[in-house]
Each structure stands twice: as structure tokens, then as C-alpha cells.
Design a protein around this ligand. Structure first.
Ligand SMILES: [Zn+2]
Length: 248
């Protein structure tokens, strides 16, 4: 199985090596996402060392104020010299601030252009920004994942039509998450990816603790329950989707 979105590296998680090894033993593959140049280098290192680690690198909305032109050059150099499977996570986040929308869009599009140039899929973060993200993505010819998708069914279908898969995380296991359950109910398994966003968004029954990708099974089980399928079927389908989108 594949955890298509997590942040298991030194800067984020102290015991990252133990977690990766544990995942290797349990046959859990990881697409580890970076957020800046420093963590991109960490992720690349891990992808070279561990067979179950795949690198997705990018400059993220979080660091907007610090990102400059040199970072794009450094990012491109890393893409050029290493075996990267995607650009991400990248996107727009208006939850924390709307004051720098223009710079966020500039950074986002600059990396979408890189993805097109290098023929790489993208892993997208959209928080309180889904319409803007959609309006930008539809200008490009890209495929990828809508990480931790929080939008409506109608919006999900629009992204699917662009060539994107819908990333489902821990919150699907939370009580009363009717909106997400309804979403899964109406989506085909072929349009879904599973991810943990570790060390964040821990699913039930481990909510409250730090997340790690071995919790992916709780998300898979919940989707199976909603879709009235076996967990094996969910694993089979989402693994197929992952390989297709990320050319693995
Ligand atoms: Zn993330």
C-alpha cells in the first residue's frame, strides 16, 4: 500500500528512521513531501536509502515570505539531478493569511510550470482556496493529487476531470464527518488516494497522538466500510491509482 502524503523526515519527526523501517517491514510505501529546499534534500536522501521511500519536493505556501528566485533555481537543480516522482506539496493556503495571495500564486504557478517542463505530477495543498487553485490548475496540463481534499463533491469531480485524484486522510475516521463520508460514498475507488499527512491528522483510534504511516490502515478500513468493499479491495485500487498518477 501507499501513503501518498507524509512528512517523515528529520526536521519534522525525531524518530523518522525507525518509522520508515517499520513501514518497510509492513510493506507500506511512502511518498514523502517536502516544504522547502532544506527538507527537499532530506527527502531525496531518504529516497536513495530506503526502497519504500519516494521523493516529492516543493516550496510551500508556509514559507512564502522567505522564498526567493534563488530557491526556484535550487529546486530545479534538485529535480534535474535526482529521481523525483512529483512536485509537492505546493498550493495556496488562505487559512493562515490572505495578505500574500499574489506571492502565493506566483510561487505556485512557477512550480506548476516546472512540473510541466519536467513532465512530473503535482501534489496540491488547498486550504480555503479551492476555487483559486482550480482556476490556476485548469490552465495547465498536469495530473496529480488533491492532498487532504476538503471541498464539495462537485469540486472533487472538477478536479477529477482535470486528471487529479482525491487524497483522503485521517479526518474520514472522525465521528460525524458526514461531509467526507458523503463524498466517499459518491466517488469511485478509482478516483481516490489514501494518505496520512503524518505527523499530523492522526486517525481514530489514535487521535491525540502523533501520526505515522502505520495508521494508514484505519483510513483504508473506514473507506472500505463506507464503500461496502473489503480493505484488500481498497488497497488494491488505491495502489493502482498511485502507480498510475506517479508513474511508479
Ligand atoms: Zn502535507
Amino acid at each position: 500500500m501507499f501513503d501518498t502524503h507524509c512528512h517523515i523526515y528529520k526536521t519534522e519527526t525525531k524518530n523518522y528512521k525507525d518509522i520508515i523501517k517499520k513501514c518497510l517491514n509492513k510493506n507500506i510505501n511512502l511518498i514523502i513531501n517536502s516544504v522547502n529546499i532544506k527538507t527537499s534534500k532530506e527527502v531525496i536522501k531518504l529516497s536513495k536509502k530506503y526502497n519504500n521511500v519516494y521523493a516529492s519536493i516543493g516550496l510551500n505556501y508556509d514559507e512564502v515570505e522567505n522564498i526567493n528566485e534563488k530557491d526556484f533555481i535550487k529546486l530545479e537543480r534538485l529535480i534535474n539531478k535526482n529521481n523525483i516522482i512529483a512536485i509537492g506539496e505546493i498550493g495556496l493556503d488562505y487559512y493562515w493569511t490572505k495578505d500574500n495571495k499574489d506571492k502565493q500564486k506566483y510561487i505556485f504557478e512557477k512550480q506548476l510550470k516546472l512540473a510541466e517542463e519536467y513532465n512530473l505530477p503535482v501534489i496540491i495543498h488547498a486550504r480555503n482556496s479551492i476555487q483559486d487553485v482550480y482556476d490556476i490548475l485548469k490552465k495547465y496540463n498536469l495530473k496529480g493529487s488533491m492532498h487532504c481534499f476538503q471541498g464539495s463533491l462537485e469540486m472533487a469531480k472538477k478536479f477529477i476531470n482535470l486528471g487529479f485524484k482525491i487524497g483522503i486522510d485521517g479526518p474520514i475516521t472522525y465521528k460525524n464527518n458526514k461531509k467526507q463520508i458523503e463524498l466517499i460514498n459518491n466517488l469511485d475507488l478509482k478516483d481516490i488516494l489514501v494518505e496520512t499527512d503524518s505527523p499530523y491528522l492522526t486517525p481514530e483510534p489514535n487521535r491525540g497522538k502523533k501520526n505515522n504511516p502505520t495508521n494508514l490502515i484505519y483510513i483504508i478500513n473506514k473507506i472500505a466500510e463506507i464503500k461496502k468493499e473489503t480493505p484488500e479491495k481498497v488497497i488494491e485500487e488505491t495502489t493502482k491509482n498511485t502507480k498510475e498518477i506517479f508513474n511508479i
